[in-house]
Write a protein that binds this ligand. Sequence first.
Ligand code: VG1
Ligand code: CO
Length: 547
Amino acid sequence: MMSMQSVNTIPFPDQNPGTSGLRKKTVVFQQSHYLENFVQSIFNVMNFSGKTMVLGGDGRFYNRQAIQIILRMAAANGLAKIIVGQDGLLSTPAVSHLIRKRGVAGGIILSASHNPGGSDGDFGVKFNLANGGPATTSYTDAVFEESGKIRQYSFFEAPDIKLDTQTTRQLGDMEIEVVDPVVEYADLMEQLFDFDSIRTLLTSDKFTMRFDAMHAVSGPYAREIFENRLGAAVGTVLNGVPREDFAGVHPDPNLVHATQLVEMMFNGSGANQVDFAAASDGDADRSMILGRHFFVSPSDSLAILTANAHLIPAYRSGLLGVARSMPTSTAVDRVAAALNLNCYETPTGWKHFGNLLDASKITLCGEESFGMGSDHIREKDGIWTVLFWLNLLAEKQQSVEQLVRDHWAEYGRNYYCRHDYEAIDVEQANRFIEALRASLDSLSGKSFAGYRVQSCDDFSYVDPVDGSISEHQGVRILFANDSRLVFRLSGTGTKGATVRIYMEKYEADQRKQGQGTRTALKELGVIAQQIGKISQYTGRRSPNVVT
Ligand code: VG1
Ligand code: CO
């Protein structure tokens, strides 16, 4: 029995341009018909009728309820089949892989990624296309438009569907296949990396690691891969059981929020310290890499993976090219130049990498925000990054710190830092970025404490594959000494606006590569204030997150 319910339309006040879906406070999603409106709009635009879709989420609060709503709407909208993770769980990389492996029409991921969860936290709905990648702008725009127009949604009245066992169920004419969320993803990882060599490393008494799943969805993946398949000691994975509120932790794997690991690696006693530590975010597509007393900047990580990709089975035959998001440091550009590879600079967000990957223009890509990936799927991938590092450490028999310092010695060091000013008044933030754009003409050629502006612009990107244009992607200022400043507004926050300021300074001289990042970037911080006048526009004297 199929019933059509007439509902009041709940249009969305705004859309996050940086993401492939919708990210809001959980209470907003809990408003009646809010989630339904967005999901119906996805179904209308994507034309999923008669097709198969993958569905899962990172287990945060409201995941269970949302899955039940979407399954019933899918049945009412004529989908042939849904592949759903057991207990409604699937990481973002696992969804991307399942879409590709099963050759289905797309997927929906319930996650607000690295944003906090819980009834007072955030919730999100992302939708992916048949290539396994986040929906591109033309789709997200169309869904947004549709959500303001539709007057009804379709809903199949039925009791809750049990998702606790791997089996196939029927909901009306639609089939529901409940799958193990982990196994197919773990099998893929086993094909890409040298598990024997990593196992030898992890089971030797000279090497120990910890992986902090931050109570989010990466836990089951990490336990299966690191502990079960690779033989790491039980207890290697910390906080490995997904919890609805992430136990109150903000699941953003950086030096500010991954406090347990940071404490262990930087302040811990010798007995607590391990050789390698990593943490992952809510939906397991990001990761932070740490060595003993050592933090690997994600921008450096991308450069190091590129320089050493030939040591990894999946990339042994060479790379097609690489890409980084615009604010990501130019460390990878130097490696690409040395290896004679094309290096693309894209706007922030993974969707822009998808076209390059599909067109075989690149093999590796990454962002400064702790996300790396390759052509194995169409999302960034936290556990893949950790495995890449472990495979390198096994091959090179070096410490994390030595590997990074050797890299700097060869290519130079790109000191890098990001300052976030969160929950800023939206109008203040807009005035700030508008003023910066307006000042660009007068900046060219100017010098600030020895830093001469070589070029500056409001970044716009022409997609080399489909020719689409993305404008106003952030203000970038390049100095004659290869330093850079970037200013942009975040697209993923749920409270006011977030201003991000990115600073980068290049140092070729090995003797000067031992400074602390804060010291090295001190002058640039002052220059960023002079140029951007963030304090003047927002009243904030300092950022609230520095990564
Ligand atoms: C942030 C990061 C960006 C990342 C995006 C989604 O966007 O800066 O690099 O792609 O989050 O990450 P913004 O617009 O707030 O700067 V996640 O882990 O949602 O999938
Ligand atoms: Co994420």
